[in-house]
Design a protein around this ligand. Structure first.
Ligand code: ADP
Ligand code: MG
Length: 367
């Protein structure tokens, strides 16, 4: 099921009488979610992810704009009639019911032509339980399950009605790191097996990047960029997106374009074409540094952190916007910690140049 968001906007009235300022939680969001894809809705806390999801679900009514499932305009349709499955961060299972009863619950409430026989319901519940691999736990109570198992029950409950669209709001936040990793792979498998169009909300860029067909990066209610995870990472539209994606984060420097050269502080690090002389902000991905004795960027060496296959070279530079620079270098490189300086050359496709004021990416070529 294709899902179309058309100029979707949500404005909350002011809660603070004195300032009287309304909150634009989501602003003019337009996007066509392709059928059968998993979309990661990504951004810092408060950027409007949940509000977008609630509007798709029908739990919240847009201030303006429209929502289509396929060709159906569902904007005025109630949540029950949209054919969606919802999973929240806190699994919200019924504690007094068994796993089986929890999964059956949405089916038991079906009315009219959708009403099912007991056998049909049991069959469907078992199918959903098998899909998330909890069919052995059907008689347990939620309190007898681990967090990961509880979240699977919540997913099975969302899937049992065979929804047209699956909506997940930070579904992994309550799980520990290892389980989070495992469960996100599970979600991806289930999504691929069922082919249900899915919107996955998270503030965790790594999570979104790893499982999404496409990511939508939001900031203060405004969509910044939409694309395949790798494309957005490799080609960020502005400094916010560049900084939001990637661990360790991108290194940011105060720089300058002058006479065809890109400067970081006093260091002329690259040739640059396509822009006039101006102050710029330079972003360099951690994997964009190459050790070189005659390297053009001269930094003060602070530390070398072992990461196994790679090492993280920690250094400083007067033009760095962050306290330290982190560069990821293959562990085969031997770095003498007694040295005071470390010199790098930069890999052109890992260097982004932004307007120093607007923070928009400049369309320049660096070599
Ligand atoms: P996210 O899920 O990305 O953390 P939300 O969609 O929950 O963000 O919130 C977006 C913005 O809308 C925030 O500034 C939040 O305070 C505000 N907001 C959310 N729900 C309400 C509400 N019911 N009333 C007023 N403001 C709200
Ligand atoms: Mg939220």
């Amino acid at each position: 099921m294709k899902v179309t968001l058309q100029n979707l906007t949500k404005i909350f009235p002011s809660r603070d009488k004195k300032s009287g300022k309304e909150v634009v939680a989501v602003s003019d969001f337009t996007f066509e979610i392709p059928d059968g894809k998993l979309i990661g809705l990504l951004g810092p806390s408060g950027c409007g992810k949940s509000t977008t999801l609630y509007m798709i679900s029908g739990l919240q009514k847009p201030t303006s704009g429209r929502i289509f499932f396929g060709e159906d305009d569902v904007t005025e349709l109630s949540t029950e009639n949209r054919g969606i499955g919802l999973v929240f961060q806190n699994y919200a299972l019924y504690p007094h019911m068994s796993v089986k009863q929890n999964i059956l619950f949405p089916l038991q409430n079906l009315k009219g032509k959708d009403k099912m026989s007991k056998e049909e319901m049991l069959e469907r519940a078992l199918q959903a339980a098998k899909l998330v691999q909890i069919d052995e736990l059907m008689d347990r109570k939620p309190s007898e399950l681990s967090g990961g198992q509880q979240q699977r029950v919540a997913i099975a409950r969302a899937l049992v009605k065979m929804p047209r669209v699956l909506l997940l709001d930070e579904p992994l936040s309550n799980l520990d790191a290892r389980l989070r990793l495992q469960t996100r792979e599970e979600i991806r498998r289930i999504q691929k097996e069922t082919g249900i169009t899915t919107v996955f909300v998270t503030h965790d860029q790594e999570e979104a990047m790893s499982i999404s067909d496409m990511i939508v990066v939001m900031k203060l209610g405004v969509v910044q960029q939409i694309g395949k995870p790798q494309e957005v990472y490799d080609d960020p539209i502005n400094l916010f997106v560049a900084k939001f994606l990637g661990t360790p984060p991108i290194n940011v420097f105060n720089g300058q374009i002058k006479d065809g050269k890109l400067y970081i502080g006093e260091d002329a690090v690259m040739d640059v074409t396509g822009a006039e002389d101006q102050a710029v902000t330079v972003g360099v991905r951690p994997e964009g540094f190459e050790l070189a004795e005659d390297g053009k960027l001269t930094c003060s060496l602070s530390n070398v952190e072992v990461m196994g296959r790679d090492v993280s070279v920690v250094s400083t530079h007067e033009a760095s916007a962050n306290p330290v620079i982190r560069s990821i270098i293959n562990a085969d490189n031997k770095i003498d910690l007694s040295q005071e300086v470390v010199r790098f050359n930069l890999k052109p496709h890992k260097v982004f140049v932004f307007n120093a004021e607007t923070e928009e990416r400049l369309d320049v070529e660096v070599k």
